[in-house]
Design a protein. Structure first.
Length: 119
């Protein structure tokens, strides 16, 4: 089973940028796609972005399209989320997932990293 570890969260001001990382280890040959999700306090977890591991095709939630960029380094087994023009509504715990499905189930989840955007 893939083990995932996120990093890069923090406290920033509106308009700032932040880059999250997710390192995958163990069973990485089974990864078809990876995604970023987030969960704000008292809210349900929501999809942010996804990348197909081999060909790099990406999809984004409308709320982050044009501001966030998902990428991966296959050689290092690392996925990134570059977040620009951050807004207070981006405040949430961000989680990476291996092989996420539309029903919200994934093969593996990271422990999460908190992003807080002050106005």
């Amino acid at each position: 089973q893939v083990h995932l570890m996120e990093s890069g969260g923090g406290l920033v001001q509106a308009g700032d940028s932040l880059t999250l990382s997710c390192v995958a280890s163990g069973g990485t040959f089974d990864i078809d796609r990876m995604g970023w999700f987030r969960q704000a306090e008292d809210e349900e977890r929501e999809f942010v972005a996804q990348i197909l591991w081999r060909n790099g095709l990406t999809i984004y939630a409308n709320s982050v399209k044009g501001r966030f960029t998902i990428s991966r380094d296959i050689a290092k087994n690392v996925m990134y989320l570059q977040m620009n023009s951050l807004k207070p509504e981006d405040t949430a715990a961000y989680y990476c997932a291996a092989n996420p499905r539309t029903d919200g189930v994934a093969d593996s989840w990271g422990q999460g990293t908190q992003v807080t955007v002050s106005s």
